[in-house]
Structures are given as C-alpha cells and as structure tokens.
Write a protein that binds this ligand. Structure first.
Ligand SMILES: Cc1cc2nc3c(=O)[nH]c(=O)nc-3n(C[C@H](O)[C@H](O)[C@H](O)COP(=O)(O)O)c2cc1C
Length: 271
C-alpha cells in the first residue's frame, strides 16, 4: 500500500489485510501533529483523482504510542515502511530517532516532495544541498534503510535520485503526485478542493511513473519502489519491466480495496 492511502494499517483493517500483501507504507509522520488542509480534501475527475490532505497526522509521539504497537501485534507478514515528512531538514531525523528502536519498522521513506518552510516553501528534493543534508542527518540516527520519495516534476529526476543515493539513501520511491487544480463550478472561481491546488494520482500517473523508474534505474542501479496509477497486474508488470524492485498501490485501492490483494495473489501464483 502506498503512503497516505492506508493510514497506519489499522484504518483499513477488515477491508484490506496488509498481511496478504508485501506490506504497508504508512501515512506521513511529522514531529508535531498536523491538522492538514481544509475540506474538501479529495476530488475525482474522469480518469483520476486529486487530493490536498496536507499530510495530516497525529505526530510522531502519538504514532509511537498508538499506531506502532498495533502494527507490532498485527503485521506478522507485512513489512512496514514509515513515511516521514517535515517542515525543515532536521525534522526528518527527529521523527526517525523516535521510531528507530521499533523492530517492526523495516525502513523509512522520506517524502522530500513537500515544501521546506525554512527555504520559502521550495521542495526539499529540488535543492541538492538541502536534500544531502536532510538524508545525512536522517542517516546519522538510524541503521535502517532510507528511501527517498521523489516527485516526477523535478527537472532531472535521475540526477536528484543520484544525489539522494550519494547522500546515503538505499533506494528511491517513484513517484509522488503531480500538482493540479480543479474548479467546483466554472465559470465561478471557487476551487473543488478546500486548499485550491492538490496532487494528482491514479491512472494519469502510470506512464509518468514508469518513465521515472526507467530513468532512475538506468542512471543509478538503485532499488526503486514503483508507484503511480497501478490498477491491474499488467500495470504492475510495467513497473517491473522498468526495473522496479517493489510496487505500491494507492488510489486504485481507494476505489476498489480488492485490487492490491488480487495483484499480489496473481504474482504469488505465477509459474
Ligand atoms: C489521499 C492520498 C494521500 C497521500 N498521502 C501521502 C503521504 O502521506 N506521503 C506521501 O509520500 N505520499 C502520499 N500520497 C501519494 C501516494 O503515496 C502515491 O505516491 C500517489 O498517490 C501515486 O500512486 P497512486 O496513483 O497509486 O495513488 C498520497 C496520495 C493520496 C491519493
């Protein structure tokens, strides 16, 4: 399950059994609680969806006390990767330091596609020096693998991926959402989403993600988690053909929670 689309696993218990899948990438975790953006936070359009959840989460302390213990009891087959987010580079290390001691966590996925408030809202991944500092600080507090999650809108995703690997990331997740905007009732100017702009996910991302994976695998040879627009076994195979080591599914599971399990079963049953 892709970050932010399955909570911390507990939210989807009874709907999707993460133990039938490879695992779960959790919702973003920040040092302090985040209330997120005003509603509505998600909207559908023909062929895809747009969201502005705003990385709402209860903060690392509450996650450590309430969500990780549930995962420790429940995730006997599923691997758990914690998605980490922050307002400034040091926030990532703060979250990771608090969660480092939990054996149930296999790796940390760093969402570096969000705004760096210390740098006027520039995306962390857009600045090589900031990205290097962020990863180096995170690496200083954990022995677990770090995975940098990048947006496909970067000018050269393979170059940014190389910077992340050189700084100590063990892998790359590709892709995060692409920015977009929809009006509620044109020609009135009211937006569909409370915040106005949001991130596009679902089928429009499929070829975008596959190209990004192909470029990054060729340029770095690093392990890549392929994400974006997967709705079927054949979509998943596209990512594997591009060189992905793992895949994650988000939007498709929101529409049909059976999809991840169906794909995983077919993969498990292949000859
Ligand atoms: C409702 C929603 C919430 C998301 N929250 C996060 C998040 O917390 N952290 C993150 O790195 N990506 C987040 N994403 C992006 C997804 O993990 C994924 O990269 C993207 O949706 C593309 O995959 P998909 O087309 O299968 O949904 C979110 C996406 C959606 C739709």
């Amino acid at each position: 399950m892709a970050a932010g689309t399955a909570g911390f696993g507990r939210e989807i218990e009874g709907v999707i059994d993460i133990n039938l899948l490879g695992g779960i990438i959790t919702k973003a975790v920040s040092p302090n609680p985040r209330v997120g953006n005003p509603s509505p936070r998600v909207a559908e359009f023909h062929g895809g969806m747009i969201n502005s959840v705003g990385l709402a989460n209860p903060g690392v302390q509450v996650v450590a006390e309430r969500e990780i213990p549930w995962l420790e009891d429940y995730a006997h087959h599923a691997r758990v990767i914690v998605n980490v987010v922050g307002d400034e580079p040091g926030d990532y290390a703060k979250v990771i330091a608090q969660l480092e001691g939990y054996d149930v966590i296999s790796a940390f996925e760093l969402n570096v596609s969000c705004p760096n408030t210390a740098k006027g809202g520039e995306e962390f991944g857009a600045n090589d020096a900031v990205l290097t500092e962020l990863i180096a600080r995170a690496k200083g507090v954990t022995a677990k693998p770090l995975i940098a999650k990048l947006a496909p809108t970067l000018p050269s995703i393979e170059r940014t991926a190389s910077v992340a690997i050189a700084a100590g990331a063990r892998g790359i997740s590709l892709v995060n959402t692409i920015p977009g905007f929809l009006y509620a009732d044109p020609p009135n100017e009211r937006p569909r989403l409370g915040r106005g702009r949001g991130g596009i996910s679902g089928p429009p991302l499929l070829p975008v993600g596959i190209l990004a994976v192909r470029k990054v695998v060729r340029a770095t040879g690093a392990p890549v988690i392929g994400i974006g627009g997967i709705r079927s076994y054949d979509d998943m195979r596209q990512y594997l053909a591009a060189g992905a080591s793992l895949v994650a599914i988000g939007t498709a599971a929101l529409a049909n929670p059976r999809i991840p399990e169906t794909i995983a079963r077919r993969w498990g049953a292949r000859g």
